[in-house]
Design a protein around this ligand. Structure first.
Ligand SMILES: [Fe+2]
Ligand SMILES: [Fe+2]
Length: 144
């Protein structure tokens, strides 16, 4: 499997999770509940970003630099993180809920950009063989 296909498959799981969080967020009445959903989202996003950085962004780093996109990418991950950190420090349920929904919105934008620009760019710039080799490393990393 190519690394781009693997990451896209992870994105599908996230899209379902984002839909679910957006759907239930308005109904949550408990601050602790919102915080634990934010922690779950954070753990899943961190795992995904680490894989993405290691297996896709690093091999493409030189191209991103040329396009002036390198820092933008890391910044987008940080913006999502900041919203999630804000949820944890919120004392009021509405602040926590807003932070959670903003994190989901920022994630959606970031994921969309990766799907429209980054994955197709990787498919053009990296050889098929390289994409498959990275995909195989992704499988092994998940099983270790
Ligand atoms: Fe990302
Ligand atoms: Fe991603």
């Amino acid at each position: 499997m190519k690394i781009t296909e693997a990451l896209l498959a992870e994105h599908v799981v996230f899209h379902n999770l984002f839909d679910h969080v957006e759907k239930i967020a308005p109904t949550l009445k408990n601050l602790g509940e919102i915080k634990s959903i934010a922690r779950l989202l954070e753990a899943m996003l961190t795992a995904h970003s680490e894989i993405e950085d290691q297996f896709l962004i690093e091999p493409l780093e030189h191209c991103f630099e040329q396009l002036g996109q390198r820092d933008t990418f890391h910044q987008e991950h940080q913006v999502i993180d900041r919203h999630l950190v804000q949820v944890q420090s919120s004392r009021r349920i509405n602040d926590a809920r807003r932070g959670l929904l903003e994190a989901v919105l920022a994630s959606r934008k970031h994921f969309d950009k990766e799907e429209r620009l980054v994955f197709p760019l990787a498919e053009t710039l990296l050889k098929q063989q390289t994409l498959t080799r990275l995909g195989n490393r992704w499988i092994r990393a998940g099983n270790s």
